[in-house]
Design a protein around this ligand. Sequence first.
Ligand code: FAD
Length: 572
Amino acid sequence: TFDYVIVGGGTAGLVIANRLTENPHVSVLVLEAGGSDQGIVAAEAPFLGPTLTPNTPFDWNYTVTPQASLNGRSFPYPRGHILGGSSSVNYMVHQVGTNEDWNRLAAVSGDPGWAWNNMRQYISKTEKFVPPIDGHNTTGQFIPSLHGFNGEVLCSLPGGNQTIDSRVIATTQQLAEFPFNQDTMGGDHSLLGVGWMQSTDGGGIRSSSSTSYLAQANSRPNLTVLINATVLKLIQTGTSGSLKAFRSVQFANTGATSVATCSGLRTVTARKEVILSAGSIGSTQILQLSGIGDAKKLASLKIPSTINNPNVGENLSDHPLLPNVFSVKGNLSFDGILRDPNQINNAVGQWISSRTGIFSNNVANHYGFARLPPSSTIFKTTHDPAAGPTSPHWEMVFANFWFNPTVALPATGSFMTIVTVVISPTSRGSITLASSNPFDKPLINPNFLSTDFDIFAMRESVKAIKRFLAAPAWSDYVIGPFGDAFSKAKTDAQIEKYIRGLATTIFHPVGTASMTSAKSSAGVVNPDLTVKGAAGLRVVDASVFPFVPSSHTQGPVYLLAERAADIIKAAA
Ligand code: FAD
């Protein structure tokens, strides 16, 4: 038996596993559905990260339900199915949210411990900032005093020129609308402006929760990690006062399609607690399969209710992404390499032999964040949904190649892509069970761009990047928008049509097990991350954020998990 059973060896789960087993008298079992992350080149070479999803063994291979506001389109919804979870398959952008994100979480949960002035301490436990792979002088590209240099996860600045770099930087000097931002991590420094991307890699290799937190703790005798172990549900283990205790976990070997045909069906009971860290989709599904959810909906699937809480699976919030592709002159983009198998093989060979070359760097070097002007018409009808007055509404990411996840790279042409993202969305969706079979995929409906604000912000982002490219820095480079839909997107109505036909996800789902104050019957978990109405059970992963942070989400998850570990230790 174990003191703690952690469901999901992903981003958050492995932080908890490491921190709890620092005490040699505490025993921990981690159950991870995916396999090992070792020896997988694409999981190590930063540029190859995007090839790990979708439709691979490393992905849960979910799709979203037809999206009503996106012309009824359905598309992949990747999640890491591998040790390290999504931190092993993601695009490695490193940020921690804005101070206003954390202060809003403190206000909503009623727990000042979630406020930024407390959370900032965890940066030094999480981050190990290292020099870029090319060893260039990084003065002015980040603010060292904001960062940690002795934490677990390697972080670095870009180590290779993407050939558009100098044009991006020149634009920040030419257009006052897009100022340079010297540090893009967030937290103590504003996210607004355009600056150098920080990535969770070092020495040309991805750093995930597995290569960092787990690698560091792996040899401890009090830590057991079981891979290829899919958790089916939690089992009630009695009561504790008015609370129902859930300290047992049922799991089986990964790979089955039904409970009847699965092998290795077992139950393990935690002496102290079960910690659900299966991610926004996995944790939600497991709660519902355990009868913790909307009793009426569960009854229709013949799942006995244990805790009736209609909030489980609701409030799904994610950042919608729009891949805006531009045709460019010359052959300096990466498209020539990416459409030539010989050049790809050479680049892989170079990465394997020396951890250098194009694949040792992340897919983008620059990105930026902006707010809508206060005079925007949308604010006549919609309350500003940003986390606060200095948090962004939208984001732009600059890639030196064709990046349109839904359409293959054309046979000819050079491209650059400016991905834009609504960073303070007001759309809310849901995750519901499709059946009582734990091996069936749930119904995932992010409900993208279903509000006036979200479509407005996305529309303005498209106009803004056209202004960005109108700077002198681009005059001898950019030919214009690629493709009919984008080229014709001039009026608001045309831009909206273009957006609805193309938008997809930037993979940041949160909110389906939202944190609210201990007194509130809304939400799913209390500020100490215990599940409302339950004993012996916490959720520690992205699903507990009631609002999606104004940044990429793995950094916020690392900080959340570090504090959760402290909370769990203090409760023991
Ligand atoms: P995860 O890290 O997904 O961990 C959940 C774990 O639980 C997984 O290992 C999963 O296999 C396991 N699991 C699930 N169900 C079960 C079950 N039933 N039984 C056993 N195990 C189970 N964020 C950024 O900040 N920067 C980026 O560049 C970025 N890019 C992304 C790109 C992609 C393709 C994806 C998918 C995500 C990206 N994100 C990015 C988002 C970020 O990675 C996630 O927000 C974060 O990693 C989520 O952490 P988590 O602990 O909640 O879940």
